[in-house]
Design a protein around this ligand. Structure first.
Ligand SMILES: *Cc1c(COP(=O)(O)O)cnc(C)c1O
Length: 587
């Protein structure tokens, strides 16, 4: 991929989560893993859960829907106090929410009651940081009103510090929260499940053994993501600090002066630039800018490289002191602070790429055949891979192993691949090039018409791979027709679909690039399934088909080729060759 890439080491992330849940667990404190800086990215949430967090904290409903759509079923806490206008969606989709306003709690109660639910709330107390929270003097009054609201249950109290006012957690303020918990339980005969003492800034107090024992929960984001506490900004021992890394490509390297030439006015952002004369510099430009990331929060991994400045799309770096000078086309890596991580995660221009212990995906070395292939098909395939230096092996079980594309005979590879996937936190994307969406909802339809709905658990709840294949990573390409049911499912699940009209409007290259970005983002690679039905009249031309497969092959993201259900004739064989990386002039 040519744009900026944010890599995420899921193993390190899980280890950080294990570390903090270990520290907290010893003191009987549960950890709510906060995924908001990663926009509720499902593989991140899974790594946190595998690391022992007992619930997830999110500040936005969009992110909560994203988690749910990807099969994450753990309890979710809504961190940002709810807006009055969203109470219905909150009571139906959130397990517990943080609250401070009586009118909102009243509305939550009514909305829950109407639906026969009881919504759990944690009342936030402001202990001096001056962001959200009930002022302590009003707490008893508020609680006396809330206990009479039948649709809500006070499941706990909490506080948030070191966010607006920079107030540090202390024996005094944490003691005050603990005291309020005791008082409320006594006065209103409540049984508080949560006494939630704060965020990553509470860790130093906890490590010093000074956290009152009544505090039984912390909501932790930054410490897990970046390996540091947020009271003093210190690195935490035993935590990885490089879970995330951003890299971009050098698009220019030239020796130029350090002072601009001519009268200077404003820079691209209306600021007045200031320069010091350091003589001639070896200056590099990277294809990343303010539209992708908060550049002030980037820290070069190469210590002798420094950042000169940035505009929307360009990052200027000083390479003068770098010992092994990079070339145009090389990629330069940066670590990120919280603000930069947030911006990179939010930018749709940045590809999010998890890294796995085996490394990132590279070109295939062997092709396994899964299922039965006719002898004619086998012959075709042998011819197809001959020029490519690939071995053909036969495999019974789908083992995506590392970077082995699999083809398929008659058995549907998509569902088998998803069923046999070994690694737990890993998920895949899917690009399906076909004339129909394969989202039929009747079990009686032929499998080709309901392959996707089956994989997503919409037909038989026993078969559900949405944890490994999130709707957000599915792309349908070349769709010529869809039933009304299918069309509404596509909208509901937010499945990216490029119809033939989109192909005409955007062009095949753009459509393919967008598809790869969508399907690969946050996954361990892509399953590519294609059917010749997408070609032909009103469909893709044969040339477009090949071009698309060439781009896909060049993206190094394909883990699995699924052509099951279609006869392996010479045309399909040619498509397979292209998808495996064969070029007219050789590799
Ligand atoms: C963001 C947030 C957290 C997590 O904060 P970190 O510093 O990332 O640990 C906890 N609680 C609330 C209410 C938040 O908004």
């Amino acid at each position: 991929m040519s744009g900026p890439i944010l890599t995420i080491d899921l193993e390190k992330l899980k280890a950080n989560a294990e570390r903090i849940t270990g520290i907290c667990g010893k003191r009987s404190v549960s950890v709510t893993g906060v995924t908001k800086v990663c926009c509720g990215m499902p593989p991140v949430a899974r790594a946190l859960l595998e690391g022992g967090v007992t619930s997830l904290g999110e500040s936005r409903m969009e992110n909560i829907y994203r988690l749910r759509a990807s099969g994450v079923t753990s309890p979710v806490m809504l961190l940002r106090i709810p807006p009055l206008s969203a109470v219905e969606e909150i009571v139906t989709n959130v397990d517990v929410s943080l609250n401070s306003e009586l009118s909102v709690i009243q509305a939550l109660s009514s909305a829950a009651l109407e639906r026969g639910l009881i919504h759990k709330i944690i009342l936030m107390v402001d202990l001096g940081d001056l962001r959200e929270g009930i002022w302590p003097g009003d707490l008893l009054n508020v609680v006396s009103r809330v206990v009479d609201m039948p649709g809500v249950k006070i499941a706990g109290i909490g506080t948030n510090l070191t966010c607006y006012g920079g107030v540090l957690p202390s024996v005094e303020n944490m003691g005050a929260l603990a005291g309020w918990a005791d008082q409320l339980e006594g006065k209103f005969s409540l049984d508080l499940e949560w006494v939630s003492g704060g965020n990553s800034s509470a860790i130093p107090l906890l490590l010093k053994g000074k956290m009152p024992s009544r505090i039984n929960n912390l909501r932790i984001g930054e410490a897990i993501m970046l390996g540091r506490e947020t009271a003093y900004g210190e690195a935490l021992t035993g935590f990885s600090r490089n879970v995330f890394s951003l890299n971009a490509e050098l698009i220019e390297i030239k020796t130029k002066p350090s002072l601009p030439i001519g009268d200077t006015g404003m820079d691209a952002f209306g600021g007045k630039p200031f320069f010091t004369d350091k003589g001639e510099l070896l200056r590099g430009i990277l294809n990343v800018g303010r539209e992708d990331v908060a550049v002030d929060g980037l820290i070069p991994e190469e210590p002798n490289l420094s950042i000169l400045g940035a505009s929307s799309d360009h990052l200027l770096v000083d390479l003068t002191a770098v010992t092994s000078v990079p070339e145009v086309g090389d990629r330069i890596s940066f670590s990120l602070n919280y603000g930069a991580l947030l911006a990179a995660m939010t930018s749709s221009y940045v590809l999010k790429q998890p890294v796995f212990p085996g490394g990132v995906i590279s070109s295939p070395r062997s092709v396994s055949i899964f299922g039965k292939l006719s002898s004619h098909g086998r012959k075709c395939l042998r011819r197809a891979v001959e020029d490519l230096d690939l071995n053909i092996v036969k495999s019974e079980k789908v083992d995506l192993g590392r970077f082995t594309p699999l083809l398929a005979g008659r058995r549907p590879l998509l569902t088998s691949a998803l069923a046999d996937m070994e690694t737990r936190s890993e998920s895949l994307g899917l690009i399906m090039i076909d004339s129909t969406p394969s989202l039929g909802l009747s079990g009686k339809l032929p499998l080709g018409r309901r392959l996707l709905s089956t994989s997503l658990g919409l037909i038989d709840p026993e078969i559900n791979f949405s944890q490994r294949l999130s709707p957000e990573n599915i792309v349908l390409l070349g769709v010529k027709k869809a039933d009304p049911d299918e069309a509404s499912l596509i909208r509901k699940l937010n499945i990216k679909t490029f119809t033939m009209e989109d192909v005409d409007l955007l062009g095949i290259r753009e459509v393919t690039m967008r598809s790869i970005r969508r399907a690969a983002s946050g996954t361990g690679g892509i399953i590519l399934r294609f059917s010749r039905r997408a070609a032909g009249p009103q469909g893709l031309t044969s040339r477009e088909f090949h071009f698309m497969l060439e781009i896909l092959a060049g993206s190094d993201t394909i883990r699995c080729l699924d052509i099951s259900g279609y006869p392996m004739d010479s045309e399909i064989c040619q498509f397979v060759e292209t998808a495996l990386g064969k070029k007219i002039l050789g590799r």
